[in-house]
Design a protein around this ligand. Structure first.
Ligand SMILES: C=C(O[C@@H]1C=C(C(=O)O)C=C[C@H]1O)C(=O)O
Length: 260
């Protein structure tokens, strides 16, 4: 049986504390989806022919993400290893005084960045599932909310590095041989916990119902009959089909670099 790696490992990091953070991040993801759903599809925001930033090609949403990431890089956002930019090339250096973030990750694994996949999944698979068709002209606000969703999803998925580090430290004798053998399937089996995954999918659907309910005065309760701001089944599907599998991919990619 798998040893429950609840033992306290370096830096106060435990599987329990990491899982608690993932649970708290569910709130941020659900609320960011609810806020994006305030706007319709607003297709021009994604159309490179609608808006062009002089000297750069790309859509309005790419412009907003690149420019926002540049400002946040100067403010020190990416000094935190939990934050991974969508456009890492040519990001300006931090202008903020250095902050000592706990050094918990193995340096070789820190570079794992699946944001290109996350970008594609978000815009091409997820967005059409939960926003209404239409165009209200609020393309800049729409792009700002897309970025909130992208950053929340990216932070959650790349948290897989911390999960992998805790699991590695807790069960080194199991992980090392699989890493040396480059056994991706073995690593995936070692790190998978179906019970936790099922609980995650059920809880995020419940949060979508709770946070996304229409609150009326009077004594009506959170009824399943009401309409929710984002379909709870779509949130559960987002986790089941993309967030959890991508988190596990991050865990595997991090572990493959753990002995470098
Ligand atoms: C994050 C973990 O690793 C895996 C990924 C999970 C997820 O993305 O929710 C849940 C359980 C595991 O299969 C974990 O064990 O908590």
């Amino acid at each position: 049986a798998k040893a429950k790696s609840k033992g306290n490992v370096a830096g106060g990091l435990t599987l329990e504390s990491v899982r608690d953070s993932l649970i708290r991040q569910e709130d941020t993801i659900v609320f960011s989806l609810i806020e994006r759903a305030r706007f319709p599809a607003n297709a021009p925001a994604y159309d490179p022919s609608y808006f062009s930033d002089p000297g750069a090609c790309g859509s309005l949403v790419e412009f907003v993400v690149k420019q926002t990431e540049a400002i946040q890089a100067k403010a020190g956002r990416y000094e935190n290893p939990e934050e991974n930019p969508f456009f890492p090339d040519n990001l300006p250096p931090s202008q903020a005084p250095p902050h000592k973030f706990p050094r918990l990750l193995h340096p070789a694994g820190m570079s794992v960045n699946l944001n290109k996949i996350i970008w594609d999944v978000y815009f091409n698979k997820l967005l059409p599932l939960f926003v209404a068709p239409g165009d209200d002209g609020n393309y800049a606000s729409t792009a700002a909310h897309d970025l909130e969703c992208l950053q929340a999803l990216s932070r959650r998925i790349h948290y897989g590095k911390l999960v992998a580090e805790v699991k590695f430290r807790g069960e080194r004798k199991d992980y090392e041989p699989a890493i040396r053998a480059r056994g991706k399937r073995t690593l995936m089996n070692l790190l998978t916990n179906k019970k936790v995954e099922e609980a995650v999918k059920r809880r995020v659907a419940k949060k979508a119902m709770t946070f996304g309910q229409e609150v009326k005065l009077g004594n009506d309760t959170v009824g399943s009959k009401g309409k929710f701001k984002v379909d709870p089944d779509i949130v559960s599907r987002l986790y089941g089909e993309w967030v959890i599998p991508l988190t596990k991919d991050v865990e595997v990619e991090y572990l493959l670099r753990r002995l470098d």
